[in-house]
Design a protein around this ligand. Structure first.
Ligand code: GDP
Ligand code: IMO
Ligand code: MG
Length: 427
């Protein structure tokens, strides 16, 4: 029996989907524990690309029970269309268990997400406009509607009528929009979505604990990442859930004593989508090259990702917040053509040098990265399967990162394919 958490250590899109898929071979249950369809997790199998938003990345394996945990927010229309798309590729999703305690994303959540962003103007967060923030806000305000309410039309309608009254006032009086119809929403959710989802709605906590009691392996798949965490990220430029490893306990219904391994995923450089501070951001031709070679466009929204040098200060902090056991480093191959590389080892703020993340975010906005320069390898690494296949300078780069973050790097990604990983051991 083992429980592993896969967690993003930067600002998302580190390759969590790929790692989850890789580890899922040895897993019996894979649980998504937070977030919603703001996530985009890509898996490439034999040249076929699967971009998952809500479904756990273990879904491609028939032996895995995929679970959408209580911490997730679910847009049922998106979930069903994702299931249909996979069915079209021959992937059976009938094993899926969706927690009855997960909250539903409603049409007003999505509309309010977009309207709030527009209202914020140049101060916008750059959300995915999927309704994530408004849904978690309603959950906290205790006016949310849960997945299990789909099974009880009377309760669903009661809750909807109460909450929609207030939402329609906001839509009409604040944003000058047309009110939404409770009848239309109920028809879609209760008549269209509920009958299809009903067989999948269940006791996700029971599924996880039955697996553990049966000595089976469970993987908890994070979405988003440490620096998008509502509590620990670069607030307010964050998502509205807790992607950190502690969030896995809450979002899957498991105590911390059960967690055996926390696997942090880090890109060999850094990317960010949306607004917010980014000390090592590159706005020059090197940044463009990382976008181009790394295909750095959002899986989900198609937005161009901002790019920058690897930031060891961030990952040192991620190591603390998540109790990282080890790190998988992805996309090393993207750096193959660069003659030299930089790694941020500290921040300079005024006269002070910070090796750890400054607690005051204004310092982060003003932080000047202190870089160490390392030689590039200028060789194609994408065919490497063993450590000895990597050029010496590539191995030294990885070892340098591992020494700087103080956590073992155990795998290095050299391409998007399921098996494009090199096992790494300290040099
Ligand atoms: P996630 O959100 O953390 O699951 O990551 P995404 O799927 O949004 O973004 C990661 C992207 O990098 C995807 O397109 C992956 O196919 C791709 N990828 C993952 N690992 C590697 C790697 O080692 N090398 C390259 N070149 N691409 C990778
Ligand atoms: P995965 O799981 C990268 C970002 C958005 C925005 C902020 C808030 O694929 O790594 P939200 O819609 O969540 O309210 O947006 O968070 N964001 C992500 N960035 N990868 C993601 O997911 C993200 N999910 C949200 O761009 O800046
Ligand atoms: Mg992604």
């Amino acid at each position: 029996m083992s429980v592993t958490v896969v967690v993003g250590t930067q600002w998302g899109d580190e390759g969590k989907g790929k790692l989850t898929d890789l580890l899922a071979r040895e897993m019996d249950v894979v649980v998504r524990y937070q977030g919603g369809h703001n996530a985009g997790h890509t898996i490439v199998v034999d040249g076929r690309r699967f971009a998952l938003q809500l479904l756990p990345s273990g879904i491609l394996y028939e032996h895995v029970t995929p679970v959408i945990g209580n911490g997730v927010v679910v847009d049922p229309g998106v979930l069903l269309s994702e299931i249909d798309t996979l069915a079209g590729s021959g992937i059976d999703c009938s094993r899926l268990v969706v927690s009855g305690n997960a909250h539903l994303i409603m049409p007003y959540h999505q509309e309010l997400d977009a309207l709030t962003e527009r209202h914020l103007g140049r101060n916008k967060l750059g959300t995915t406009k999927r309704g994530i923030g408004p849904t978690y806000a309603d959950k906290a305000a205790r006016v949310g509607i849960r997945v299990q309410d789909l099974l009880d039309p009377k309760i669903f309608r009661q809750k909807l009528d109460v909450v929609l009254k207030e939402k329609n006032l906001i839509l009409a009086k604040v944003y000058n929009r047309l009110p939404l119809s409770a009848d239309d929403i109920a028809a879609r959710y209760l008549d269209e979505f509920a009958p299809r989802l009903a067989p999948m709605i269940g006791d996700s906590v029971g599924v996880v604990h039955d697996a553990l009691e049966g000595d089976r392996n469970v993987l908890l798949e994070g979405a988003q990442a440490t620096f998008l965490d509502l509590d620990h990220g670069t607030y307010p430029f964050v998502t509205s859930s807790n992607p950190v490893a502690g969030g896995a306990c809450v979002g899957a219904g498991i105590g911390p004593r059960h967690i055996d391994t926390v696997l942090g995923i880090a890109k060999a450089y850094v990317t960010r989508v949306g607004s917010g501070p980014f000390p090592t951001e590159l706005t020059d031709e090197v940044g463009d090259l990382l976008v181009e070679r790394g295909g750095e466009f959002g899986t989900n929204t198609g937005r161009r990702r901002r790019t920058g040098w690897f930031d060891a200060v961030m990952i040192r902090h991620a190591a603390r917040l998540n109790s990282l056991s080890e790190v998988a480093l992805t996309k090393l191959d993207v750096l193959d053509t660069l003659p030299e590389l930089r790694v941020c080892v500290a921040y300079r703020v005024g006269a002070t040098v910070h090796r750890h993340l400054p607690y005051h975010q204004s310092d982060l906005h003003d932080a000047e990265p202190v870089y160490e320069q390392l030689p590039g390898w200028q060789e194609d690494t994408s065919g490497a399967t063993e450590l000895s296949d990597l050029p010496a300078a590539a191995k030294e780069y990885v070892q340098f990162l591992s020494d700087q973050i103080g956590v073992r790097i155990t795998r290095v990604g050299v391409g998007p394919g399921r098996d494009q990983f090199v096992p790494f051991a300290a040099l």
